[in-house]
Design a protein around this ligand. Structure first.
Ligand SMILES: Cc1ncc(COP(=O)(O)O)c(C=O)c1O
Length: 443
């Protein structure tokens, strides 16, 4: 049976990859496939599940199974094969201000002549050195998180911090509630930790908390992963009463809260972090990837007291410690005000870009935080996201389709557009092209 089923998967995969079964083709129903190959219905479903896991087909409720277009951007691990020279990459935000290279040169020069240079060659304690943790504690205080330096742990980016939190709080098979659309890196971590993801449906401006409560009543939810400020990808910032309701649910159901503050700096005046409302059960994670540079790999976290030692153990297990060179640069930039200046520059730049985007997409269903670097473009009901991505790739524009962000089996037909990379004087033109391309797609 296994051999027969595998060979059906292989035959489909080959004919999709070599183009004999073109993108957009509706494949036979599960029942028809079972009949045609004389296999059980469950086996036919497994064939399609495997092809979906390979990224070759996508099932759509009530409509059938379709061959995905392979030429567009493929989310977390992009293939980035473009048929024409690239005009714009709207698939990834890597904002860098013009002055940052000279800032780096200056900081390295200063470091090279500082009396403490040798310290960067020494092994760092897992979680970071106390002087540097104190600088991050002050940075967090500006964000409404009031903890002593000893409670701040340094990591190689928010992703490693999230990994350490999951190591400390979960066991394989645990259920974690996450937004139906969320940061794709979290799904990678959940899979690596063998966790079950339970999607929280989205409401108009945040998660549907009644649905979350029902979910927690029905399943033993170990933790809730949330991005309350400048949600990636939907851009919402939850107001204080919503944060309080989220905390009340977590308390009543005894679930941990994992709060991701990586993009929070883009909101100039957000409500208090969830961590400040429920310090006893919230793990707060953030980094300097979005406000300074993605390549820096500098993150930090605050954990409820009882979990700190487990987190330190996990950080030590994965990398022994953080790099002294990176922590010296990063904390130097926090302490001398460079980070605060870059954050302001970014907010102003992102606000301008969102105004351009809103004008370009006035005829379409576009949602974004007014000072964020990304937006969510819901496609008209008769258009498919993978085909839109493919049409855009044909004109040299890379975008990400909703499935990269979806924690549900079926992703909505929408595109996530990252606005930071194109030069600002070209952005209107690029986004008008996106709008025209979507408009002109065959229905
Ligand atoms: C919401 C969110 N959290 C965490 C990360 C990962 O950040 P880092 O580069 O610090 O690992 C990202 C990166 O895109 C993100 O969007």
């Amino acid at each position: 049976m296994t051999a027969a089923y595998k060979s059906i998967v292989d035959r489909f995969a080959t004919s999709i990859r070599d183009g004999r079964v073109p993108a957009g083709t509706r494949l036979p129903t599960h029942r028809a496939l079972a009949r045609e190959h004389r296999i059980a219905l469950a086996t036919a479903s497994r064939v399609y599940a495997e092809l979906a896991a390979m990224g070759l087909v996508a099932g759509e409720p009530g409509r059938g199974t379709f061959v995905r277009d392979q030429r567009g951007h493929d989310g977390v691990e992009p293939s980035r094969r473009l048929p024409v020279p690239r005009i714009a990459d709207l698939s990834f935000n890597q904002p860098l201000a013009a002055e940052q290279t000279s800032q780096l040169r200056h900081a390295l020069r200063e470091l090279s002549t500082s009396g403490n240079l040798e310290a960067v060659l020494h092994q760092q304690p897992p979680g970071g050195r106390s002087r540097e943790r104190a600088i991050v504690a002050t940075h967090l205080l500006d964000r409404g998180i009031d903890v002593p330096p000893a409670r701040v742990l340094l990591a190689n980016g928010a992703q490693q911090a999230l990994d350490a939190v999951l190591t400390a709080t979960t066991r394989p098979g645990d259920v974690i509630a996450v937004d139906a659309l969320t940061y794709p890196g979290f799904a990678l971590l959940a899979a690596a930790h063998s966790l079950e993801i339970a999607p929280i449906p989205s409401g108009a401006a945040g998660p549907d908390l009644q649905a979350l409560d029902r979910l927690c009543a029905a399943r033993p939810v170990r933790a809730i992963y949330t991005i309350p400020t400048v949600h990636n990808p939907l851009g919402w910032t939850l107001d204080r009463p919503t944060r309080e309701r989220l905390v009340a649910i977590a308390r009543a159901r005894d679930a941990w809260i994992i709060e991701d503050g990586t993009y929070a700096f883009l909101d100039e005046a957000p409500p208090l972090p969830v961590q400040a409302l429920a310090p006893e059960r919230t793990f707060y994670v953030a980094s300097l990837s979005k406000n300074v540079a993605t390549g820096l790999r500098f993150g930090f976290l605050v954990a409820p007291g009882a979990h700190e030692q487990q987190i330190v153990r996990s950080l030590r297990t994965s990398t022994w410690g953080v790099s002294g060179l990176i922590t010296a640069l990063a904390t130097g930039w926090i302490a001398d005000g460079t980070v605060a200046r870059l954050e302001k520059t970014r907010r102003d730049d992102a606000t301008e870009r969102q105004q351009i985007a809103r004008a370009a997409f006035r005829q379409l269903d576009y949602t974004a935080h007014p000072s964020s670097y990304f937006g969510w473009l819901r496609l008209p009901p008769d258009l498919r996201a993978d085909q839109a991505a493919s049409h855009l790739a044909d004109v040299g524009i890379l975008v990400t389709t909703a499935d990269a962000f979806a924690s549900t089996d079926h992703a909505p037909h929408a595109l996530r557009l990252a606005l930071a990379t194109p030069a600002i004087d070209q952005l209107a033109d690029v986004l008008e092209r996106v709008s025209r391309t979507v408009d002109s797609m065959p229905r």
